[in-house]
Design a protein around this ligand. Structure first.
Ligand SMILES: NC(=O)c1ccc[n+]([C@@H]2O[C@H](COP(=O)([O-])OP(=O)(O)OC[C@H]3O[C@@H](n4cnc5c(N)ncnc54)[C@H](O)[C@@H]3O)[C@@H](O)[C@H]2O)c1
Ligand SMILES: [Zn+2]
Length: 371
């Protein structure tokens, strides 16, 4: 087996390992076997990932004497809904899934979120393992146990906190991922530096461009630091009653922009996060929490790798401030005209506050969007 680094998410009985390395997929069977209750697993994946990586996984399972079935879903966010969930549950029951059967989520965050939620509710809970294949899922969605689907009322509104038994991140599987998707994942990597690790952000300023261009060693290091940061935060606050909210840096703005863009290909989640984080720094500056230099550094960095940092960077969108404000209000983070936001006192110094007046947010949005 090729070498890997092991991280741990410490959650008492629900603790688990994250294995990160190169060439892990061809040996996935051997790696997974100790975590299975039966010599059987069911792979859930999407059609893009199936074409590229399913055979390697299946061959490794066969080599480890693990019987496997696969269910291949269409690619895209639309599979995270009640219809696909119901369909998936039916298909799994037809395969005679048992309490001891493990689901393997092979793919990006969409596959991971849907598979995790299915595992949480099927037979009142069966095991699942995350095998993330996008940068975003390797550094974010596969770790921490948030699972769920969307409804017509909004994203991720139905779900469960349900931890996987193992996360297996093969850096090499990122080689087939489109550059735009790599960049979307990168926005979340930079987020970890901006939350609480200024040294990591400096390292990204040096290495981010080469990482995005395809350097596997830099990707490996960044995935490890990102997962470690997320694991530490999740270990202290699994259900987001405190510090886990820091991981939402840029996300209140980001979700409003995504909603305005109709959760479409015009604006990927990571792109919205890069703009949202820049806006969070704008508000932090306007309220005197951070320096102008910090805001410049954040924007310059996202720009240097090819990410947007400004609403006007999104071609063809005409942002309506009242509508963005409405989306933010719907985020259930507003009380008595004040919004709960993650702001920053500088690079690596994010904090949560619920005392920011909506007028301050609107003023900044107006100034930035029309500048
Ligand atoms: N659970 C959490 O904590 C959490 C955190 C962040 C995001 N999310 C969720 O994650 C989802 C987004 O995840 P995503 O960005 O990974 O999207 P995704 O799963 O849709 O993957 C993006 C695209 O890349 C393709 N793809 C995946 N792996 C590939 C590979 N190795 N090579 C080529 N193509 C590949 C997919 O088929 C898809 O078309 C959203 O639904 C979001 O809500 C969840
Ligand atoms: Zn995110």
């Amino acid at each position: 087996m090729s070498a890997h680094e092991t991280l741990r998410v410490e959650l008492g009985k629900r603790s688990y390992e994250i294995q990160v390395g190169n060439g892990l997929l061809p040996s996935a069977g051997e790696r997974i076997k100790p975590y299975l209750m039966q010599d059987r697993a069911i792979i859930i994946t999407d059609e893009n990932v199936a074409k590229l990586h399913l055979n390697v996984l299946k061959n490794s399972l066969v080599a480890a004497n693990i019987k496997c079935h696969e269910i291949v879903l269409p690619a895209g966010e639309q599979t995270k809904d009640f219809n696909f969930l119901q369909n998936l549950v039916s298909q799994l029951l037809e395969l005679n899934v048992e309490r001891g059967t493990t689901l393997l989520a092979l793919g990006g965050g969409v596959t991971g979120d849907l598979t995790g939620f299915t595992a949480a509710i099927l037979l009142r809970g069966i095991d699942f393992i995350q095998i993330p294949t996008t940068l975003l899922s390797q550094v974010d969605s596969s770790v921490g146990g948030k699972t769920g689907i969307n409804t017509r009322h909004g994203k991720n509104l139905v779900g469960a906190f349900y931890q996987p038994k193992l996360v297996l991140s093969d850096i090499d599987s990122l080689d087939t991922l489109a550059k735009r998707e790599i960049l979307a994942g990168y926005a979340e990597i930079a987020k970890y530096g901006l939350i609480n690790n200024a040294k990591f952000f400096e390292w990204l300023e040096e290495n981010g461009a080469a990482l995005c261009e395809g350097n596997r060693e830099l990707r490996r290091q960044a995935v490890i630091i990102s997962c470690q940061t997320k694991a530490n935060i999740v270990s202290t606050d699994e259900r987001e009653t405190g510090d886990r909210a820091l991981l939402n840096l840029g996300h209140t703005f980001g979700h409003a922009l995504e909603a305005e863009a109709g959760f479409s290909n015009r604006l990927l989640h990571g792109e919205a996060v890069a703009i949202g984080i820049s806006l969070a720094f704008d508000v932090s500056l306007a309220l005197g929490f951070c320096a102008r230099e910090d805001v410049k550094r954040v924007r310059a960095h996202y720009k240097s790798v090819g990410l947007p940092s400004h609403p006007k960077d999104i071609f063809g969108m005409n942002w309506e401030i009242p509508s963005l404000m409405r989306h933010m209000k719907n985020d259930k983070k507003v009380k008595n005209g004040h919004i709960r936001l993650v702001l920053a006192r500088g690079i690596g110094q994010a904090f949560v506050t619920d005392a920011i007046a909506m007028e301050n947010v609107r003023d900044t949005l107006e100034r930035i969007t029309h500048s």
